[in-house]
Design a binder for this molecule. Structure first.
Ligand SMILES: NC(=O)c1ccc[n+]([C@@H]2O[C@H](COP(=O)([O-])OP(=O)(O)OC[C@H]3O[C@@H](n4cnc5c(N)ncnc54)[C@H](O)[C@@H]3O)[C@@H](O)[C@H]2O)c1
Length: 345
């Protein structure tokens, strides 16, 4: 792999007001001298916009950060951004996320995840015409591409041809589109399959956040598949370290002559849903926010959901000597402390 020095570089991060994008931008601005981060985000209202604004507020403290509000599906605007800033590295994290929302709002996934990603690829392809060159395109895929695969832990060598949600189908499509563009136009690309990312300033649509909201309001929490579900939870700081490792290493041509890689980023630890709820309750108790256990309603599996996610992270270990290690107990405690400060003051 070719190492890229990030110092002095311009990096376009799409989805910069999002959970992962904001913390990635923050870490790069803290760690790398003379780096310029162009943050691009539509600030859509899929979840609480004030949380996205709070993340941007955190980033505005760094002189190397420039924010542009825009939609990936707006070809003209995206071209303009590439022309003006000529990013050498592009990290595409903007997407319509969430499995359950894709049942009721499929159009949002086509617009952001397919049209939007296509526009990113086209801008990378034509960067040279406007005087730039994209040395590395890194983009978010998802553990959801593994669908209902039975073999665990999930390996990037496994077949992933059976998505069980439109969200998963768009993420798998991104990997295929990136492969074609890497092959045709020599754009080096790396896809990252994230596994249930959590932490302070996280996403309000995810279970750990929704459960916290409900428990604190004294409402009943819904436990799907009667609690028989398993997830590989990955703490935000581990994700950011993993992404930076990847960004700094451009894939070499593989045996097919394509500069293309895909990695899992997960904790490589299977946690049961019931254990996760117990840890969350313990954290809320430890912060003095509840005294009684949550009221629980046990329901069948939801459409589009998967029984388990469990990452094989041997690729990360082999190529970067890195593996996520934050324990769920520690990570959830950090989330609860942040939640208390942000919402309960
Ligand atoms: N958080 C996780 O557990 C997880 C797991 C697997 C994959 N991912 C993927 O990682 C990426 C980042 O996830 P996140 O948790 O930070 O999500 P997020 O929703 O917090 O961030 C995504 C950001 O993209 C922006 N956005 C959406 N559509 C856009 C568009 N068309 N143009 C411009 N901006 C747009 C949103 O406003 C949002 O701020 C996403 O691609 C997501 O699918 C996340």
């Amino acid at each position: 792999m070719k190492t890229v020095r990030l110092q002095g570089k311009t990096i376009l991060i799409t989805g910069a007001a999002g959970f992962i994008g904001a913390f990635l931008a923050k870490k790069l601005l803290e760690k790398v001298r003379d780096i310029k981060i162009i943050g691009f985000d539509s600030l859509n209202d899929y979840y609480d916009v004030s949380l996205k604004e709070a993340r941007l507020e955190m980033l505005k403290a760094y002189p190397g950060f420039i924010f542009i509000k825009g939609n990936l599906a707006d070809t003209h605007q995206l071209r303009q951004v590439f022309r003006e800033y000529q990013p050498q590295i592009v990290v595409n994290l903007a997407a319509q996320a969430g499995v359950r929302y894709s049942i009721t709002n499929p159009e949002a996934y086509i617009e952001s995840n397919l049209v939007g990603f296509f526009n990113i690829l086209e801008c990378c392809r034509h960067a040279e015409e406007t005087g730039g060159v994209v040395e590395h395109l890194v983009y978010a895929s998802s553990s959801s591409v593994y669908g209902s695969n039975k073999k665990v832990p999930y390996s990037v060598e496994d077949k992933v041809d059976n998505p069980v949600s439109l969200y998963a189908a768009t993420k798998k499509s991104n990997e295929l589109m990136a492969h074609a563009y890497s092959k045709l136009y020599g754009i080096p690309s790396t896809g990252l399959r994230f596994f249930t990312v959590y932490g302070p300033m996280g996403r309000p649509d995810m279970a750990y956040f929704k459960f916290t909201d409900k428990i604190l309001k004294g409402e009943t929490i819904q436990i799907y598949n009667h609690g028989d579900m398993y997830r590989d939870f990955t703490y935000i700081d581990d994700i950011v370290t993993g992404v930076i490792n990847v960004v700094e290493h451009v894939p070499e041509e593989n045996e097919e002559g394509v500069k293309y890689k895909v990695y899992n980023i997960g904790n490589n630890k299977l946690e049961s849903l019931m254990r996760f709820v117990e840890i969350l309750e313990d954290s809320l108790k430890a912060e003095g926010m509840i005294t009684e256990p949550a009221q629980k309603e046990f329901l069948p599996m939801q459409q589009g959901d998967v029984y388990q996610t469990y990452a094989d992270v041997s690729g990360l270990e082999r190529d970067f000597g890195f593996r996520p290690e934050t324990r769920l107990e520690d990570g959830l405690r950090e989330f609860v402390k942040w939640y208390k400060e942000f919402y309960c003051k």
